[in-house]
Design a protein around this ligand. Structure first.
Ligand SMILES: Cc1cc2nc3c(=O)[nH]c(=O)nc-3n(C[C@H](O)[C@H](O)[C@H](O)COP(=O)(O)OP(=O)(O)OC[C@H]3O[C@@H](n4cnc5c(N)ncnc54)[C@H](O)[C@@H]3O)c2cc1C
Length: 570
C-alpha cells in the first residue's frame, strides 16, 4: 500500500471531550497527535446544552451517595456499580479542573457555581453555561490542547485499526482534504469517536455521528456491549429531531397534551417532567398512540411561557433561538411542538474502569488500545443514561484513558513499531470507486433511518423488529450496487458518506439483533411483548460479535456493589 507514514507514541482518534481530555493528559509526556474527521470544534460535544453533573451541593444539600444511587437506579440496575462510583466520586474534581482551565460556568449570587435540576437526579446538580455548556467545554479543552502543542490532523477519516496478535499498533486514515491514505503507527491508540444517532431519522445527533468507532472495533473482532440500549430524548423539535435541552424542564417547563393536561402526573407523579428520559419518552409516545397528541398528530407541547422572557433569555436562550428558527414558534408566547428523538448510545466498545478495551468484552485486553466517551461502554449508564452524566463520563474516562496510556508507555517493554502494515483500506476505496450500479447511498440511508425510527424506536416488539431486520438485509444488498459519482481524491464527501453508510448498516443490524435478543424491558429498551424487567434471565450485559455476515451473542454479569435491584418507580 502506498501511503504516507507517521509515528507517534500516542494517537487519539476523535476531538470531542473524550479525545481532547485524553490528549491533554498524554501530550506533556509523549509525542501525541489527534485525528478527527471533522474540525475539532465541530465535534458533537459542542452541541451539548444543559449541563454536566457533579454532587457539589451548591443549590441544595447533596451527597456522592445520592448521585451514585440516582445513576444506578436511572440505569435500571444495568450499570456497573464500581464504574459508577468512580464516575461520581471524581466528578467534583472534573468540574473544578474545568473551572481552572477557564470555563465561565454560571454562578449564584454568592459566587459559587450555579446548579440546575435535571431528569432522574434527586438534587439540582447540573453545572452549566446557559444552554451552551458543551460548546464552552469543548472550546476550552481545545484551547488547552493548543497550549500544550498537541498536533491535530483535522479532516482525517480513520478507516481501520492496526491490530496484530492482540496488540494495537496504530490506524489507517484517509486525508479528506488532500486525498490519500496515511498510516499512523503508535504505541497506544485512544478512541473517542462518539455516538451513532445517525442510524435514526429523528435524531439530535450531528451528521458526523455515524458510529465509526464501533465499526472499527467490530471489524477488528472486538464485541460491542449493550448495543440495544438507545436513548430517546423526550424533547426533540417536531419533525426535525433537533434537541431542546432538558435544561428547559430543569428550569420548570411543562409537557402538555391536546387536552392541555400535564400528562406526566399519570406516569411519574413524584417527578413529573423531571422523570428520567426513558420514562418521559414512553409517556409522550403513549399519549400520541392513544390519540392525545396535539391536533391528533404525533407530537405534544413543551410549554415554557410561564418562565417569562427574562428567565428564558438568561438561562435557555438557545431553546428560544432553535424554536424560532426551525419551527417559527416564539416560545415566550406559544408552546413548542416536540417529539422523542434518538439521542445517545448507552452501549459501545467494552472497556474496564481504566478505559482499556477488552477483546472478549470481559477481561482480556487489547494491548495498547483504549476507548472513552460515547463510543465506549464502561458501563456507567447501563440501560438508561441520566442527563448531564455523559459530558462528565466523556471527560473523566477520557482523562483515565490518557493516564492509562501514559502508564503503558512507561511500564511496558515495546518492540519497535511495524515497518509496514498490510491493510485493506485501499481495496475498500477502490471497490467503492469501481461501483457503477444504480443505487444512491443517500436513498439507502434515508430508508434505513426511517425504518429504524419506526421499528426499533421508543417501543419495540418482535414483528416490527423482524421487519427492520429484513429491511436492513435488502438495504445491504442494495449497498453492494451503489454508484460512485465522485471519483476525485480531493474533499470527496461522496466517498466518506459511502463508507459511513456501510458502518451504519453494520451496527444498525446489531442494534436490531440486540433488541430482538433481549426479551425483557429495561431502561430505554422497551419490548411491548415483554413489558416487564426480568432480572432472573436478563440482569446481564450483552456482547455482540460480528463474524463476517453473521452476529454472535455472548454475555457478562453486571457488577453490583452497593445496591441490589429494586422496582424502579418515580
Ligand atoms: C444535541 C445534544 C445535546 C447534548 N447535551 C448534553 C448535556 O447537556 N449534558 C450531557 O452530559 N450530555 C449531553 N449530550 C451527550 C454528550 O454531548 C455526548 O455524549 C458527548 O459529548 C460525546 O463526547 P465524545 O467525546 O465521546 O464524542 P463527540 O463529541 O461526538 O466527538 C467524536 C469525535 O470523533 C471523531 N470521529 C468520529 N469518527 C471518526 C473517524 N472515523 N475518523 C476520525 N475521527 C472520527 C469526530 O470527528 C469527533 O471529533 C448531548 C448530545 C447531543 C447530541
Amino acid at each position: 500500500m502506498k501511503a504516507t507514514k507517521h509515528q507517534y507514541d500516542v494517537l487519539v482518534v476523535g476531538a470531542g471531550l473524550a479525545g481532547l481530555r485524553a490528549a491533554l493528559e498524554v501530550a506533556p509526556v509523549s509525542k501525541a497527535c489527534v485525528l478527527t474527521k471533522v474540525y475539532p470544534s465541530r465535534s458533537h460535544s459542542g452541541a451539548a446544552q444543559g449541563g454536566i453533573a457533579a454532587a457539589l451541593g451548591n443549590a441544595s444539600p447533596d451527597s456522592l451517595e445520592e448521585h451514585i444511587f440516582d445513576t444506578v437506579k436511572g440505569s435500571d440496575y444495568l450499570g456497573d456499580q464500581d464504574a459508577i462510583e468512580i464516575l461520581i466520586s471524581e466528578a467534583p474534581e472534573i468540574i473544578y479542573e474545568y473551572e481552572h482551565f477557564g470555563v465561565p460556568f454560571d454562578r449564584m449570587a454568592d459566587g459559587r457555581l450555579a446548579q440546575r435540576p435535571f431528569g432522574g437526579h434527586s438534587r439540582p446538580r447540573a453545572v452549566y453555561c446557559m444552554d451552551y455548556t458543551g460548546h464552552v467545554l469543548l472550546h476550552t479543552l481545545y484551547e488547552q490542547c493548543i497550549k500544550q502543542d498537541v498536533k491535530f490532523f483535522s479532516e482525517f477519516y480513520t478507516m481501520s485499526l492496526i491490530i496484530r496478535d492482540g496488540v494495537c499498533r496504530g490506524v489507517v486514515a484517509w486525508d479528506t482534504q488532500k486525498g490519500g491514505l496515511h498510516v499512523f503507527h503508535a504505541k497506544a491508540v485512544i478512541l473517542g469517536t462518539g455516538g451513532y444517532g445517525r442510524a435514526y431519522k429523528i435524531t439530535t445527533n450531528a451528521l458526523a455521528n455515524t458510529g465509526d468507532g464501533l465499526a472499527l472495533a467490530s471489524r477488528a473482532g472486538i464485541p460491542i456491549e449493550d448495543i440495544e440500549f438507545v436513548q430517546f430524548h423526550p424533547t426533540g423539535l417536531y419533525k426535525q429531531g433537533i434537541l431542546l435541552s432538558e435544561g428547559a424542564r430543569g428550569e420548570g417547563a411543562y409537557l402538555t397534551n391536546n387536552l392541555g393536561q400535564r400528562f406526566m402526573e399519570k406516569y411519574a407523579p413524584g417527578k413529573m417532567e423531571l422523570a428520567p428520559r426513558d420514562v418521559i419518552s414512553r409517556s409522550i409516545q403513549t399519549e400520541v398512540d392513544e390519540g392525545r397528541g396535539i391536533n391528533g398528530q404525533d407530537y405534544v407541547y413543551l410549554d415554557i411561557r410561564h418562565l417569562g422572557e427574562q428567565k428564558i433569555l438568561e438561562r435557555i436562550p438557545q431553546i428560544k433561538d432553535l424554536a424560532q428558527k426551525y419551527l417559527g414558534v416564539d416560545c415566550v408566547t406559544a408552546p413548542v411542538p416536540i417529539q422523542p428523538t434518538a439521542h445517545y448510545s448507552m452501549g459501545g466498545i467494552p472497556t474496564n474502569n481504566d478505559a482499556e478495551v477488552l477483546l472478549d468484552g470481559k477481561d482480556k485486553k487489547v494491548i495498547g488500545l483504549y476507548a472513552a466517551g460515547e463510543c465506549a461502554c464502561v458501563s456507567v449508564h447501563g440501560g438508561n443514561r441520566l442527563g448531564t452524566n455523559s459530558l462528565l463520563e466523556a471527560t473523566l474516562y477520557g482523562r483515565r484513558a490518557g493516564r492509562s496510556a501514559v502508564r503503558f508507555l512507561r511500564d511496558e517493554v515495546l518492540s519497535s513499531l511495524p515497518e509496514d502494515s498490510p491493510d485493506d483500506s485501499q481495496k475498500r476505496i477502490d471497490e467503492i470507486w469501481s461501483k457503477n450500479g444504480s443505487e444512491m447511498p443517500a436513498a439507502i440511508q434515508r430508508e434505513l433511518q426511517a425504518s429504524m425510527t419506526t421499528g426499533c424506536g421508543v417501543f419495540r416488539q418482535e414483528e416490527g423488529l423482524r421487519q427492520v431486520q429484513e429491511k436492513i438485509q435488502t438495504l445491504k444488498e442494495r449497498y453492494r450496487k451503489i454508484r460512485a459519482i465522485d471519483r476525485n481524491s480531493i474533499f470527496n464527501l461522496d466517498l466518506i458518506e459511502a463508507i459511513e453508510l456501510g458502518n451504519v448498516l453494520g451496527f444498525a443490524e446489531m442494534i436490531v439483533a440486540g433488541a430482538l435478543n433481549r426479551k425483557e424491558s429495561r431502561g430505554a429498551h422497551f419490548r411491548k411483548d415483554f413489558p416487564k424487567r426480568d432480572d432472573v434471565n436478563w440482569l446481564k450485559h450483552t456482547l455482540v460479535y460480528r463474524d463476517g455476515d453473521t452476529l454472535r451473542f455472548d454475555y457478562k454479569p453486571v457488577r453490583i456493589t452497593r445496591y441490589q435491584p429494586q422496582e424502579r418507580k418515580y
